[in-house]
Every structure is written in C-alpha cells, then in structure tokens.
Design a protein around this ligand. Structure first.
Ligand SMILES: Nc1ncnc2c1ncn2[C@@H]1O[C@H](COP(=O)(O)OP(=O)(O)OP(=O)(O)O)[C@@H](O)[C@H]1O
Length: 239
C-alpha cells in the first residue's frame, strides 16, 4: 500500500536525517515506528506526507511514485491523512468546526454525512460538537485530531505520537479509536509511538529505527518478546 524505498531526506541540503530508509505498510495494517529520540521517526512521517522531499529513493503509494507530490495534493487526491504531534486541532474553533476544516475539500453534503459517521463511531465528539476544542481533555483532543484527518476518508493515516501526554486510560481510548477505524474502514495506519508496549499490542508489525534507517523489524508480537526490544523500549517488561 505504501512502500518507502531507500529514502534519504533532511531539512538542510548538507545533513541527511533519513539515510536509506526502507519499509512498507500493507493495506489495513497498523504499523508502529519505534526508536530513540532524534532517530528520524517524525521526519519519516513528514517526508511521507510531503513536507520534505526525498533526495534519493522513492515513496510509492498504491503503485505510484509520490515522493515529489506536495502535501495538499496527497491529502486532497491521494487519500493521505496526517495527524502531527502538536498543534493538531484548532483550539478556538468548536469540535464541529474542526471537523468541517478537515472536510475542506468536500461538498457540504459529504461533510454533513461524514460528520455523522464519525460522531457515531466516536460518540465523545457528538456530545461535544458545539464545545471549543480548547475545552476538551487530552484524549478527547487526540480523538478530534484523528477524526479531523478522517473527514477526508484517507486510505493511509500517519499518526505522530497519538498518545503523547495522555494518562494510561486516555491512551487506551485513543488506541481503541485507531483500532475502530481500521476495523470499520480498513485504513492503513503508520504510527510513531513512545508507548511501545501499548502500541505493539494494537499493531500488526513494527520497525525499530536507528540513525535514520531501519535497525530491526518484525511482527509486533515477535518484537514484544525480543530481548533487545524489551530492554530498550519496554523497560524490561514482559509483554
Ligand atoms: N525542522 C527541523 N529542522 C532541522 N532539523 C530538524 C528539524 N526537525 C527535526 N530535526 C532534526 O532531525 C533529527 C530527527 O528528528 P525527528 O523529530 O525526526 O526525531 P524523532 O525520532 O521523531 O525524535 P523524538 O522521539 O524525540 O520525537 C533530529 O536530529 C532533529 O534535531
């Protein structure tokens, strides 16, 4: 569904942050990206989204090389949804208005229908439709950010640390929201997470990144039992 093929990219011409990154996600898979701070996880999502362009290598989405396609085209025409780590909702706007912004490229009738669908899937949004996003809890805000990206009916959803700053209970709610949309609409999810154990529990596969490339990959269940992964990312905890 999405194939990252030997991609090198960075923010300035002289520094490569991604250095020959190769990975993929199949249709309707949940794939988690783990790795130490600064290894390039967010940079990879930004490159897939189109904020950065690969200097070398290819990004292939549904068979087409989209490495040089700008982010707005990917969102509007190619089925990409991106939820950045911060500033992912408009605090001063209501929940309804945030969702309408997410449906910017759609007709009014489509927006109304999609809003209904997402409020049915995520009832917390229905209850707070008129409330300003600023009044939401951290977990509700993350679900709104997710739903805003889902307004455009993406096929591929990029999530940058959806559980950042959340309590364990809210984290489970947000991960449940991710599982629900995969089950209902077969969305492919590529997710960066620091909460490795919880992320691996809902993932099919995972990649451990190191210095801009893949250091380790496998089925999520297998990685949970990998001594190196347990030591580095699961605090020595057993799955
Ligand atoms: N806008 C930017 N301009 C220049 N360098 C950047 C920029 N954003 C990130 N970097 C650098 O790119 C490298 C990788 O950063 P990135 O945010 O991708 O790491 P990460 O693996 O997501 O880290 P974390 O787990 O801490 O969020 C870091 O050295 C960082 O300083």
């Amino acid at each position: 569904m999405i194939q990252i093929d030997n991609v090198t990219a960075g923010y300035t011409p002289d520094v490569d942050i991604l250095r020959g990154m190769t990975l993929h996600a199949n249709a309707a898979e949940i794939v988690t990206l783990l790795g130490p701070n600064g290894c390039g996880k967010s940079t990879l999502l930004k490159t897939i989204a189109g904020f950065l362009k690969p200097r070398i290598g290819r990004i292939v989405l549904d068979g087409a090389d989209v490495g040089q396609v700008p982010v707005h085209t990917k969102i509007q025409k190619l089925g990409l949804g991106f939820v950045p780590q911060t500033e992912n909702v408009f605090s001063a706007l209501s929940v309804r208005e945030n969702l309408q912004v997410g449906g910017h490229f759609q007709s009014d009738a489509d927006v109304a229908q999609r809003l209904d669908e997402l409020c049915t899937l995520y009832p917390v949004l229905m209850r707070k439709l008129s409330a300003p996003a600023a009044s939401l809890s951290g977990g509700e805000r993350q679900i709104l950010a997710l739903a805003r990206a889902l307004m455009a009916r993406p096929k591929l959803l990029l999530l940058d640390e959806p559980s950042a700053g959340l309590s364990p209970k809210m984290l489970l709610e947000v991960f449940q929201a991710v599982m629900d949309i995969r089950a209902k609409e077969h969305v492919t999810v590529l997710m960066v997470e620091q909460n490795a154990l919880e992320a691996l529990r809902i993932s099919d596969r995972a990649y451990v990144l190191s210095m801009g490339a893949v250091a380790l990959t496998g089925e999520a269940k297998t990685l949970m039992d990998d001594p190196q992964v347990r030591e580095l990312y699961l605090g020595g905890r057993a799955a």
